[in-house]
Design a protein around this ligand. Structure first.
Ligand code: IPD
Ligand code: CA
Ligand code: CA
Length: 273
């Protein structure tokens, strides 16, 4: 019991220290957002953009988090570090919602998760538009700017507000995705698409959304969010119902009451031939 409590304290400490690093990175992003006209924009792939702000922000995060935990490695979107840690790895999206950032639209966010032997043990999502720090550590609950947060409790999809991300580069499941939108438009409180998966998932953790799903995601989009939702009492999985979607490339997050219906619905629609 004591050992478990000590471990939890360690995760909490590391989460708060990592938050200081995120704050430093966020100050830089905010400054550059205010002077966006000189942005250097590259297209990594079709409709997939990166700016020097993504790269510099990731560098600030990698440097700060390396100092915090020198033995740790990284899975970082822009490839600033490819060092692999034996036990600890940071999973980083320096700017989640780059297209929003480029166009001056909120939300966009920094997302930082920490894995210990492949299990996520700390996570931070900082969303710039509302100046909101969402954070969680294993066993410590989920928090938003100092207040505990909880997933919603609605029991059915019919009562749920659902969020998603539109496919923009991987159109493999476009037909199934259109069918899923058709279904949720007609059978839920409505569908939203904000343009930042990390923010969408944080909003499930604090009960603003009752469910989120998307395909074609990477671990850096979701790592921190997955822990937020679990620590907030919600559930996470993939379309097939596997409970560890970090590397699944598709994700479902919802509250604990509507999860089964949500997952079964998505399995039926998204995995249809
Ligand atoms: C994207 C955003 C978007 C989601 C995409 C992500 P990026 O991340 O989270 O909401 O629909 O799947 O790739 O490229 O802005 O970091
Ligand atoms: Ca992202
Ligand atoms: Ca990004």
């Amino acid at each position: 019991m004591q050992v478990k409590r000590d471990k939890e304290m360690q995760y909490k400490e590391i989460c708060f220290k990592a938050m200081e690093v995120v704050k430093e990175a966020a100050a830089y992003v905010r400054e550059r957002h205010e002077q966006r006209k000189d942005l250097h924009i590259e297209e990594k792939g079709k409709q997939n953009f990166v700016t020097e702000v993504d790269k510099k922000t990731e560098q600030i995060l990698v440097d700060g988090l390396s100092n915090l935990l020198p033995e740790s490695g990284f899975i970082a979107e822009e490839g600033t570090s490819v060092k692999k840690g034996d036990i600890y790895n940071w999973i980083i999206d320096p700017v989640d919602g780059t297209t929003n950032f480029i166009h001056g639209v909120f939300p966009f966010a920094i997302s930082v998760g920490l894995t210990e032997n492949e299990e996520i043990v700390a996570g931070i999502v900082y969303e710039f538009g509302l100046d909101e720090y969402f954070y969680a550590w294993k066993g410590g609950g989920a928090w938003l700017n100092g207040e505990a947060i909880h997933a919603s409790t609605v029991a059915t999809i019919g009562q749920s507000l659902i969020a998603t991300g539109f496919p923009y580069t991987n159109f493999t499941y476009l037909t199934q995705f259109m069918n899923s939108m058709d279904y949720f438009m007609k059978n839920s409180h409505g569908l939203r698409r904000l343009g930042s998966a990390a923010t969408d998932i944080a909003y499930v953790a604090c009960g603003r959304y009752d469910g989120f799903y998307e395909y074609g995601l990477n671990p850096w989009d979701i790592a921190a969010g997955l822990l937020l939702v679990k620590e907030a009492g919600g559930e996470v999985g993939d379309f097939k119902g596997h409970k560890n979607p970090l590397f699944s490339e598709n994700v479902i997050c919802s509250n604990a009451n509507n999860y089964s219906e949500f997952q079964e619905t998505l399995e039926k629609i998204m995995l249809a031939e």
